[in-house]
Write a protein that binds this ligand. Structure first.
Ligand SMILES: Cc1cc2nc3c(=O)[nH]c(=O)nc-3n(C[C@H](O)[C@H](O)[C@H](O)COP(=O)(O)OP(=O)(O)OC[C@H]3O[C@@H](n4cnc5c(N)ncnc54)[C@H](O)[C@@H]3O)c2cc1C
Length: 453
């Protein structure tokens, strides 16, 4: 492997930062990963990553890429009691209807997110040339006098009265998540900020954990009534450990699941399907509910900039944070990490704009799926191009057809899992299967409350 001189510094020790550090360690003699939190050995949600208390699935493409970067990780997780299963064999509901299960061969890992992160971080920390700098605030970057290249990072330990320190770097990778300061910092040193695309969804997750009862899941790993325009309230109810399950309720456009026990239960009752409410109505949760608000999906178009300082890269949520209900963020971060590896294999520090072109390529399809899918909700603002409208009209038919035909489920899950491209759903054989069941756009499935009356 071609070695590159010097030290690579990764900003942020969450999932994107860890994946980047793993790749950089193949090429740099020294990799330093900085985070404001204590992270080593931590298996619970932490202040710098509060979203990690909520349901997180590592779906197909991510699972494959994580395994590539950390051979044996899947078995390690299974040995640690993490539930894994076929993505197509979960109990999925779309538009209030259960789709047919399908054996896709694609694995989904539903570890508590901090536990998954802990396993990944332990692997990265075991690499002899990687060091973690914990409990350090990242204050900013330093650049050469002509601002042509980044030269280091200013940091400060979080203890009282700590003096700011300067860390020299031959490459800086910003993986500080959606709050990344790179756009502001670029402006400060005379560059343009990247253009930002936003799709406002006004989403919130509210989450509690329960002791699992065997009858709840009946052999499936999770029960997921996914939000649709007619049934905009959704949920992820899944096993996260042999005896523990998580319930994340989701509501959009300001219709947020409450945190008080009565309101939480009522929200679960209002889901279109009964499974979740029936399971939890008479049991005590293991914890209080916590909520996380996600106002908008945000995509920063670094690839369209014409000038950018050398020796600085950005990846993960810092470039694009997707509506989380589509479960894409960790998978996309892994695709970007593999793209970084391809650039480093050329034997030199990656050219930022060339790297961003590949990052944009990695983001295009998942963004089309999630931001495009969100525009099917009439209350979500945004430009509905013909492609988006036709795509959503077809997806509604396809999801209906999946309630009748497991081959359609298989094709759908391969795309949702970022393994196949959306074009695969437009192949004549698939279109014929879809239209056999749904020539017109199907109306919503009835809510269980309507049928129970
Ligand atoms: C509610 C929710 C549910 C989700 N569910 C899924 C899912 O099911 N599947 C999936 O694949 N993805 C999911 N995601 C997305 C996923 O969490 C992210 O894509 C993933 O964590 C990668 O993020 P990241 O590492 O880029 O940033 P983050 O996870 O935000 O991490 C940023 C890190 O940088 C550190 N940091 C930031 N600023 C500073 C600073 N100034 N100084 C020092 N340290 C700093 C933070 O402490 C943190 O550790 C979900 C997201 C949310 C919000």
């Amino acid at each position: 492997m071609t070695q590159i001189k010097g030290r690579a510094v990764v900003l942020g020790a969450s999932m994107a930062g860890l994946l980047a550090a793993r790749v950089l360690a193949e090429f740099y003699p020294q990799v330093l990963v900085i985070d404001r939190d204590r992270v080593i050995g931590v298996r619970t949600s932490r202040r710098g990553a509060p979203h990690t208390v909520h349901a997180h699935g590592l779906h197909a493409r991510g699972q494959l890429n994580f395994e590539d970067l950390f051979p044996g990780l899947l078995q390690e997780l299974r040995d640690a009691g993490v539930p894994t299963g076929d993505l197509g064999e979960m109990r999925w509901y779309f538009n209030g209807r259960k789709i047919r299960p399908a054996r896709t061969g694609l694995i989904s890992v539903t570890a508590p997110r901090p536990v998954l992160e802990h396993h990944v971080r332990s692997r990265v920390a075991s690499l002899s040339n990687v060091k973690f700098l914990e409990e350090y605030n990242i204050l900013g970057l330093t650049a050469s006098d002509d601002a042509a290249q980044v030269t280091g990072v200013r940091v400060q330990h979080r203890s009282d009265n700590a003096t700011p320190e300067l860390l020299e770097a031959d490459l800086v990778v910003d993986a500080t998540g959606r709050g990344s300061r790179t756009p502001a910092w670029l402006e400060e040193i005379g560059y343009q900020r990247p253009r930002e695309e936003r799709v406002k969804v006004g989403l919130a997750y509210t989450t509690r954990h329960y002791r699992t009862r065997p009858e709840w899941f009946d052999g499936v790993q999770s029960i997921n009534p996914v939000a649709s325009p007619a049934h905009p309230r959704g949920a992820f109810f899944g096993q996260v450990a042999p005896e523990t399950c998580i319930l994340s309720l989701t509501g959009i456009l300001g219709d947020h699941p409450p945190t008080d026990p009565t309101g939480f239960l009522e929200f679960a009752r209002s889901l279109p399907v009964a499974d979740i409410y029936e399971a939890i109505r008479d049991v005590d949760a293991l914890d209080d509910a916590v909520s996380f608000r996600f106002q908008a999906s945000v995509r920063r178009h670094y690839e369209t900039l014409t000038r950018f300082p050398q020796r600085l890269l950005v990846l993960g949520d810092a470039v694009c944070s997707f509506n989380p209900v589509y479960g894409q963020g960790m998978s996309v971060a892994s695709i970007e990490a593999l793209a970084l590896r391809e650039h480093l294999r050329r034997g030199a520090v990656p050219h930022p704009l060339a790297f961003f072109a590949d990052v944009a390529h990695a983001i295009d399809t998942p963004w089309e799926i999630s931001a495009g899918g969100d525009l099917d909700f009439p209350g979500v603002e945004g430009r509905r191009t013909v492609k988006v409208s036709v795509g959503n009209a077809y997806m509604a038919r396809l999801q209906y057809a999946a309630t009748k035909d497991s081959r359609v489920t298989d094709g759908f899950m391969r795309v949702a899992g970022l393994v196949d491209s959306p074009e695969s759903l437009m192949r004549p054989a698939m279109v014929a299967r879809v239209l056999r069941h749904a020539v017109r756009r199907p109306g919503p499935g009835p809510s269980w409350l309507d049928t129970a009356r």
